[in-house]
Design a protein around this ligand. Structure first.
Ligand code: NAP
Length: 300
């Protein structure tokens, strides 16, 4: 199949590109910068200006939409919040418009989404795909993003993968959690009781592959491992795997709020998200079902 990935130069995209190539698919990327990636064609776009190279869409069967400004990269000013939304939504509109002009319909449009759909901090509530969207910034942002995905007209089906915290040794949350532990100054954040709904990057990419291959998949799926874990459990297990002591007291919530403002919810809050649709509707076998196994794989 010919598969085009937006934002394919990022954490998930790099890993997914390798997986898709290994399965014999043709992969091309839409990126804001020209890059030399072996076996992959890179086309340019400027999503702010609404410009893209139309050649990128030629003979494409599937689009995987991963592009978006990093949610936890900068403090959430009003301007940054708008950038986070626009960088996800405008590319969807741009792709749909250009496909329509070319009279070209995809087999599927598969977009990233996030468990932030349910809100940044949902405490002990168990959430599945039927739970309502949160009404904070994260909930609002992801709701708009998914609504735009559903509206995508130039595809036979659309899928949103409501992604949990993707664990990888190449970037994202795990190296940030592991670094202070390696330096001997790691500790849980805030109460440490907040739930983290995580997924190993290998399983994440397998789910994207399944969303391509299984034409019954449609709508939103929670892309999380079956066993969420609390921040303190993950921190302690990471310290065990790294053979480092954990002696420092928890980082107080007010310090995180001073440092990060509203964005602090990304680490102080959390969700217990169940993989209901994946476990009940798909024949999907996870490589990593426990946080211990995932950390041993990635940190050892
Ligand atoms: N990683 C996670 O834990 C996680 C969790 C939940 C949801 N997700 C979602 O999954 C998707 C992929 O995640 P990821 O971790 O692979 O992200 P990532 O590493 O930040 O990569 C995203 C890519 O998006 C493009 N991009 C960045 N800023 C942009 C902007 N302002 N306008 C247009 N494109 C922009 C970049 O590609 P170019 O430079 O090539 O244009 C970048 O490589 C994202 O939408 C993310 O929100 C990820």
């Amino acid at each position: 199949m010919n598969i085009l990935i937006t934002g394919g130069t990022g954490l998930i995209g790099k890993h997914l590109t390798r997986l898709l190539l290994s399965k014999g698919h043709k992969v091309s990327l839409l990126s804001r910068e020209k890059d030399n990636i072996p076996d992959v064609k890179v086309f340019l776009w400027d999503t702010e200006k609404g410009l893209m190279d139309d050649e990128a869409l030629k003979d494409i069967d599937y689009i995987i939409h991963l592009a978006g400004a990093g949610i936890a990269d900068k403090r959430w000013t009003d301007k940054r919040k708008q950038e986070i939304i626009d960088s996800r939504v405008k590319p969807i509109q741009l792709l749909d418009k250009h496909l329509k002009e070319q009279g070209h319909k995809l087999k599927a449009f598969i977009s990233a989404s996030g468990v932030g759909y349910y809100g940044g901090d949902t405490g002990e509530t168990r959430l599945d795909e039927n739970s309502p969207a949160g009404n904070d910034f994260l909930g609002t942002c992801v709701k708009i993003w998914e609504a735009e995905t559903e509206k995508f007209a130039q595809a036979e089906r659309t899928v949103s993968l409501r992604t949990g915290i993707v664990l990888s040794d190449k970037g994202g949350a795990l190296p940030k959690l592991a670094q202070p532990i390696k330096l001997g100054i790691g500790s849980p954040l805030g109460s440490g009781k907040q739930w983290m709904s995580w997924i190993h990057v290998d399983d994440m990419c397998q789910l994207y592959l399944q969303a391509i291959e299984d034409d019954k998949m449609h709508g939103a799926y929670n892309a999380v491992a079956p066993t969420p874990a609390r921040n303190e459990e993950i921190t302690r297990l990471a310290a065990d795997v790294l053979k480092r002591p954990l002696w420092a007291p928890n980082v107080p919530a007010f310090v995180m709020k001073l440092l990060f403002g509203e964005l602090a919810v990304a680490v102080l809050g959390g969700n217990y998200v169940k993989n209901k649709r994946v476990s009940e509707e798909l024949s999907f076998s996870y490589k990593f079902t426990t946080i211990k196994a995932a950390l041993e794989d990635l940190l050892k």
